[in-house]
Structures are given as C-alpha cells and as structure tokens.
Design a binder for this molecule. Structure first.
Ligand SMILES: C[S@@+](CC[C@H](N)C(=O)[O-])C[C@H]1O[C@@H](n2cnc3c(N)ncnc32)[C@H](O)[C@@H]1O
Length: 449
C-alpha cells in the first residue's frame, strides 16, 4: 500500500474515534467519514506499519444510516464527527463501545443498558471555546481541521446553544471592526487566541472570555465595553496566556466588565460558575445523569458520602438533601472555593469541600479511620489511580458510584475494584455529547460481604 493510492474498500466497523474501519492486505485502514456497510473509493493519505488513513473519493454503496450533513466542515473538523450518522445509530454505536470493552476484559456477563438519549441532539452545549485566526486577510473564528492547526472558518457551531453562536459572531464582528489582530501561532504575535462563551440555560446569563497573548492592548477597553453591551452578556473576562503552547487557557483571569461569575442550575440547586470552573456542558442531560446515579446508589438519610473529583460540587450538592453528610475532594482550589460557596448559596449545611489530589487525600482519610457509605467518583479521562482505588476500597464503602467520560479507563478501574472485593452488574451509557463519539457511562459497585 502506498500514499495517494486509490482503493475500493468495504467498511466493516466504526473506530472509537468514529472513523470507518476497513482491511486491505492485512492492513487496517481508517477512512474518515465512512460508515459500516458502505463500499467506498478512498485515497490513502498516510501509511504506517499495520494501519493507514484514507479519505473518501466516492461512495459506491451508501449506508441506509447515513444522513446528509448541512455543513461538511462539522464532520471534517471533528466538531461533530458523527453528524453523518442517524441519532438512533449514534446511540447504538456508544453502547457498542462499552460492550466491546467489557468483552475484551472477559466481562461478558455485565449488562449494558441502552444509551440514554440526550433531550437535544444539536444546540445542547452550554459552552464554546473556538480558535481565532487570520484567514485570507480577515479575523475568523472556527474550528481546526482534524489533526492540524488550519482554521476552518465557521458561523454556525451546530452542537452549541444558538444563543452562544449569536454572541460568538457578535464578538468576532467587534474584534474585526476595532482591527484587533488575531493570534499568529507561527510568529507568536497578535492578540486574541481563542474566544470562550458560556451560557446558563437556567438564567440566560452569558460570560465572554477573550483568551489573549497580552493582558492589555490599545483597543481592549473599547472592545470590552462593546462586548458588554451585547444582549444577555453579564460578564467579560480576559484570560492571559502569554506562552507558546497548545494549552488553551493561561493561569490569570482579569475581569473587564460586569460580574466575575454567572449563575446556572442543575435540578433545583444553583451554581455560581467562574471562568475556569468545570461544568457539565449538556445542561438538559446533566440532571438526568445525576438522577440515574442517585437512583442506582439507593441513598439513605444515614449515609456519609464522598464526592471525589468534585469540581464546583455539582454531584455532592445534588445528593446532599438525600444523605447525612457529603465530603468533597477537588484539585483546583478555585473550584473548591466555588463548591463551598455554592453550598452556602443553597443553604446546604451538610456538605464541605477540600483542595487536594483525590489519590493523596483518600489514603489519608482511610488512615484516619474514616468510614463512608457511598463514594461518588467522576474523574477526568485518564481515570483513577491505583492508590486512589486501594484507598477507596480500604474505607469499605457499601457502594462506589463511578461516573466516567472514558469507558476504556472505567473498565480498567472496575477490574481493579473487583480484585478488592467489589462487584457490579450493569453499566449505563448516557449520551452527553450527541454528534460526537464521546461516551459517558455510569455504574455502581457494591461491596461483597
Ligand atoms: C470530569 S470533572 C467532574 C467534575 C464534577 N464532578 C462535575 O460533574 O461537574 C473532573 C474533575 O476532577 C478534577 N481533578 C482532576 N484530577 C484530580 C485529582 N487528582 N484529584 C482531585 N480532583 C481532580 C478536575 O479539576 C475536574 O474538576
């Protein structure tokens, strides 16, 4: 097989990154935008030892599950790389990810529920973070083409709340009008690197964050004032990122206009959200995810609960009214301050949060003899560490509720809990990210007597 060769391929499967999978002369070929059951003519873009990447030149036989996507760029950029598949089949694809992982781990007896559909299939995101670059002489916002830093200009972000799109475009036009230079990555020059916009579904409040190379530039005051006049914008913040790096956010935030936080709600609990706070991005699906976890945990008024990887306290504060006490652990100090303030804001007196690494605090608590009834974990994609898992098991909770945004690390961690005397019967996938291949999943581990 050679680069630029054109081959006829039969697509057998979808990879976990939503690429069509075919085989040719013992080599696995990943074909962008192709669906199982399709026969395509594809051009080879890159060849490695045992796999290759290809692009569709023509679809010879089309899948009945393919739908026409209004803007090809949504799929090309990875913004919505599953948008060409019907929503029902997207849900099946996510369930199958979990089934395959369990099979690989020889856990075929575990039941996998149907993926819980999102109430909204598009326009569900409460936050957008988009690059700003100069394209053909003009400041543009958009998304990078997959595996590159070429900006594809966009004015409709499809999975984002349309009210956020409205503000993104208004800010883009203000930057253009005031001739603010976009960031130039090659020369490490210019001003605005990214735009972030967050919107509360509950209150309609909008926060705009300009992520900039310098913390000041000549047009900044005027630009901030004009942005603050866009309808529903209540907070304008500058995040200063002077580094030559792919990391989006810098360390420092400066309030330019309005308030430092916006208020959102999950169920009946209010949350103040700061620029850097992690907040689940699918506003309507989040309460369903938490309710599922709460129902599965069968909480009682006597329970002492740990909320590990707690962010601004969303899970712990949502369960506080069902239990005796909640203790949270989170690594980002600002998020911990927000969590404790959010407890006060909602007059929740039985929840408190501490700053630290969950894998260090948990062993300490275990050593101090803490007895807990239920531990909720909601770690980042890399999952839990061995130290955390051992310490969690050593505190002997009756149940461990594991919410995960990466079923691969979740299944790995569940196997370790099994070795330590815990078992589980079922995993429930929940679709928090329609049109993308991301899978969220929930399971409850129970201690064996
Ligand atoms: C997937 S988020 C979940 C946040 C929260 N439970 C929610 O649903 O909004 C994971 C959180 O874990 C935090 N985190 C990452 N590594 C951590 C660690 N080693 N110890 C404690 N928290 C950590 C992150 O800062 C982030 O807030």
């Amino acid at each position: 097989m050679q680069k630029n060769q054109v081959l006829e391929l039969e697509i057998e499967d979808l990879s976990y990154e939503a690429m069509g999978v075919a085989h040719y002369e013992g080599i696995t070929v990943f074909v962008n935008n192709a669906l199982p059951g399709e026969i395509v003519r594809a051009k080879i873009l890159k060849v490695k030892k045992s796999f290759a990447f290809a692009r569709i030149e023509a679809i010879i036989k089309e899948s009945p599950d393919r739908i026409t996507v209004k803007l090809n760029q949504w799929v090309q950029t990875g913004l919505a790389s599953l948008a060409h598949l019907t929503y029902d089949k997207q849900l099946d694809f996510k369930r199958k990810q979990v089934v395959n992982l369990l099979q690989k781990a020889h856990l075929d007896q575990i039941k996998v529920g149907q993926t819980v559909a999102s109430p909204e299939e598009t326009g569900y995101r409460n936050k957008a973070q988009v690059p700003v670059r100069r394209v053909k002489g003009q400041l543009e916002i958009g998304f990078f083409r997959k595996h590159s830093h070429d900006l594809v200009p966009l004015d409709n972000f499809f999975t984002t709340d349309p009210e956020i799109d409205r503000v993104l475009l208004a800010v883009r036009d203000i930057l253009r009008k005031n001739q603010v230079p976009a960031y130039d990555e090659l020369r490490h020059k210019g001003e605005v690197r990214y735009l972030e916009v967050r919107r509360s579904r509950a209150t309609g409040e909008i926060m705009v964050i300009l992520i900039c190379l310098h913390k000041d530039f000549p047009q900044l005051k005027k630009v901030a004032k004009e942005i603050s006049q866009i309808r529903d914008v209540v907070s304008v913040v500058l995040n200063h990122n002077p580094q030559k790096t792919n990391v989006i956010l810098g360390k420092k935030d400066y309030l330019l206009a309005g308030k430092a936080q916006i208020v959102d709600k999950i169920g009946d609990v209010e949350f103040r959200i700061s620029p850097k706070s992690f907040f689940q991005i699918n506003s309507l699906q989040t309460p369903r995810l938490y309710q599922l976890a709460i129902d599965k945990a069968n909480l009682t008024k006597e329970d002492v609960v740990i909320d590990a990887y707690s962010g601004i306290g969303t899970i712990g504060l949502s369960v506080a009214k069902h239990v005796k006490e909640v203790r949270g652990i989170e690594i980002i100090d600002d998020a911990v301050k927000d969590a404790n303030n959010n407890a006060k804001l909602n007059t929740i007196n039985n929840a408190s949060y501490v700053t630290g690494k969950a894998e260090e605090i948990m062993p300490q608590w275990a050593k101090d003899g803490l007895k807990t009834d239920v531990i909720f974990v909601d770690p980042p994609r890399k999952g839990l560490t061995e130290d955390f898992i051992k310490a969690a098991a050593a505190t002997e909770p009756k149940k461990i509720v594991y919410i995960s945004c990466n079923p691969a690390t979740q299944v790995r961690d569940l196997q370790m809990f099994m070795e330590l005397g815990y078992s589980f019967e079922e995993i429930d996938p929940v679709d928090m990210f329609p049109q993308t291949p991301h899978v969220e999943s929930v399971t409850v581990l129970e201690r064996q007597k």
